[in-house]
Design a protein around this ligand. Structure first.
Ligand SMILES: [Zn+2]
Length: 165
């Protein structure tokens, strides 16, 4: 999946996590965390959008995890235990932040599960789990992106738009 498809997944996740239609500092941060969570797992590859923006974080990740088996692409950063841990840390700041990043991370993990799989239970096992093999840039990804756009529109319409104040 491309970063754009993941970001659309993050928008769906953000609209599910942030249920208020009022725009506030908290709702903007929470929605942004869903978007960040939707691309964050790809910090494990140098060419991803998130690695280009957060180059030092990518380098620290490589330093810490490259020597281990779970340090491969779609390893520890693509695991549910890691998603729970990171989300819990933000949950301690504000529960909405914890849920928002968790939804974003899960959207990424789901999209990768249906496009080749990942080490979903790392570091406990590095076995790749997969539910499908949709190829990046092919018709399957286009169909998923289209569904994501429909979901974003549907979720906005369902809540009656957004309210600025
Ligand atoms: Zn990924």
């Amino acid at each position: 999946m491309t970063g754009k498809t993941h970001l659309l997944g993050g928008a769906v996740a953000g609209l599910c996590a942030v249920t208020t239609k009022e725009i506030s500092a908290v709702s903007i941060v929470a929605f942004s965390l869903s978007l960040a969570g939707s691309i964050m797992p790809d910090i494990d590859i140098e060419t991803s959008a998130i690695s280009k923006v957060l180059r030092p974080v990518h380098k620290v990740y490589k330093l810490l995890f490259a020597p281990f088996k779970c340090g491969v692409h779609r390893g520890i950063t693509h695991s549910l235990p890691m998603a729970f841990m990171l989300s819990y840390l933000l949950y301690l700041i504000d529960p909405i932040y914890g849920f928002s990043i968790f939804y974003g991370l899960v959207s990424h993990l789901f999209l990768d599960l249906i496009s080749g799989g990942e080490a979903l239970l790392a570091p406990f096992t590095n076995k790749r789990i997969r539910l499908g093999d949709i190829k990046t840039g092919r018709i399957g990804e286009v169909a998923i992106a289209f569904c994501e756009i429909l979901l974003v529109a549907g979720l906005i319409i369902k809540r009656g738009g957004v309210m600025y104040h």
